[in-house]
Design a protein around this ligand. Structure first.
Ligand SMILES: [Zn+2]
Length: 65
């Protein structure tokens, strides 16, 4: 794996961590527990925008499946 591919893989993982952190809890499905604002919050939208560039925007956190 070359250096660019490694960096891209790391960014995908970082985006997934952000999405997992900013995913609503089951008792409050329209609320971001990190930003304390209505969901979807901008960090989650930004992380998904990156995953879209990589064609992985259909990903959801394991606990949300
Ligand atoms: Zn958030």
């Amino acid at each position: 794996m070359d250096e660019i591919a490694r960096i891209r893989a790391r960014l995908v993982l970082a985006a997934r961590v952000i999405i997992t952190d900013h995913w609503p809890t089951t008792d409050r499905p329209d609320w971001c527990p990190i930003c304390n604002c209505p969901w979807k919050c901008w960090p989650l939208a930004t992380a998904y925008a990156y995953l879209r560039l990589e064609g992985q925007h259909l990903w959801t956190p394991p606990h949300a499946r």
